[in-house]
Design a protein around this ligand. Structure first.
Ligand code: 5CU
Length: 377
């Protein structure tokens, strides 16, 4: 067990509640779970997972109880010195459901999360091991259905925001049809945890054969962060942050590459002749990306290295970056009971990058999350 002198909050930690596992297991199209007669079921969720050249029992990757068990979440937290976890449904959320089904599933999953937090926290010991959650939205349904669920989530004691993918209603996060949903999220001061799932088309990496040679490396290491970067850049260019200046967004994986590319993005805007501000006739973004990074955007610290973490803090601010693990993804490939190297790398980057500043370390590890999300511990 890792012992910490600070309160540690894990803001990026997922679960597939049992009801959702059953939903995936009832399907045979991506996303789905294949249950073979012997051995672990297979999780086939990423676009690149469903490799038709392989038998279905070899597609995707094995999925065990760590994806759905609350007791395993508690063991993981204890092993890694985590006091509080803000859990979220893992990708691809409810994106694939028809509009007739997503409101019912959003309610089921969100109620499951609230109930699990209540039960889990009853057993919290003096060493504090508490749960809160980000809920999910029925994005394939109407704006009214989404607004209703956003408002209902405020009545669930342990819910602290919503997790969302980058496709929105299917056309991306710059789709004007999302305006009523952004409005509801802003009005209710609901944090949006923006998380990738779809990556980039395989052609961006040289085609399916190139991708297949290195399994999940290209889609996860590059596809995920670029997907997030593109989604937020499109929101910025479409003026979403101008129309909703109080929208709060927590970006997964330290914002993809946004902290690193923000200067280039802003400079391109300032040199775009088509924009009204530069003599053209199209409306460009009114607020600049640096201001948005410091007022609307929060970043997790799931970046596995000091340069990325420093970029997140430099682009945003020390009060807006928050520790995370990505559990149950990136498990050790060896012995089960050892501390996870992926978690150790994220932990080590924090004192590594901000060695001399205890306040910064304390904030990123937990203090920032406690303030930003109003976590009672
Ligand atoms: O390893 C993966 O596929 C993933 C994933 O799907 N979602 C996530 O949050 N992290 C890693």
């Amino acid at each position: 067990m890792i012992s910490n002198k600070h309160v540690v909050v894990d803001i990026h930690t997922h679960i597939y509640p049992p009801s959702y596992i059953e939903l995936l297991a009832s399907r045979d199209q991506v996303p789905y779970i294949h249950k073979p007669t012997a051995g672990d079921p297979r999780l086939i969720i990423l676009p690149s997972d469903d490799d038709q050249s392989k038998p279905v029992q070899n597609r995707g990757r094995p999925i065990d109880a760590s994806y759905s068990s609350w007791e395993i979440k508690r063991t993981f937290m204890t092993l890694h010195g985590i006091n509080v976890s803000v859990v979220s449904l893992a990708n691809p959320w409810l994106d694939f459901l028809p509009s007739s089904e997503s409101p019912k599933w959003a309610k089921t999953v969100n109620d499951d999360l609230e109930k699990a937090c209540l039960e889990f926290n009853k057993e919290a010991s003096s060493s504090i091991c508490k749960l809160f959650a980000f809920g999910t939205l029925p994005l394939s349904a109407s704006a009214d259905d989404n607004r209703a669920e956003i408002i209902r989530l405020k009545t669930l004691r342990h819910l602290r925001g919503v997790i969302m993918g980058t496709t929105g209603l299917g056309l991306g996060l710059d789709d004007p049809a999302l305006n009523p949903i952004w409005q509801a999220l802003q009005d209710t001061e609901t944090m949006v945890f923006l998380h990738p799932h779809y990556g980039l088309p395989e052609t961006a990496f040289g085609g399916p054969e190139v991708v297949a040679k290195s399994g999940h490396v290209l889609p996860l290491a590059l596809g995920f962060p670029l997907e997030t970067t593109i989604a937020v850049s499109r929101m910025f260019l479409a003026g979403v942050f101008d129309r909703f200046p109080n929208l709060k967004m927590l970006l997964a994986h330290s914002g993809g590459t946004l902290p690193f590319l923000a200067g280039r993005l802003q400079s391109c805007v300032e040199h775009e002749r088509e924009f009204i501000a530069n003599g053209g006739c199209k409306q460009g973004p009114k607020r600049d990306i640096w201001e948005i990074l410091k007022t609307n955007i929060y970043l997790d610290a799931v970046i596995y290295g000091e340069p990325g973490l420093k970029a997140a803090v430099d682009a945003g601010s020390v009060e807006r970056v928050i520790f995370g693990t990505d559990h149950p993804f990136f498990p050790p490939l060896g012995a089960e009971s050892d501390a996870w190297p992926s978690v150790g790398t994220n932990y080590a980057a924090i004192p590594g990058a901000f060695e001399k500043n205890e306040d910064i370390v304390e904030g990123i590890l937990g203090g920032n999350a406690i303030k930003i999300l109003g976590l009672e511990i």
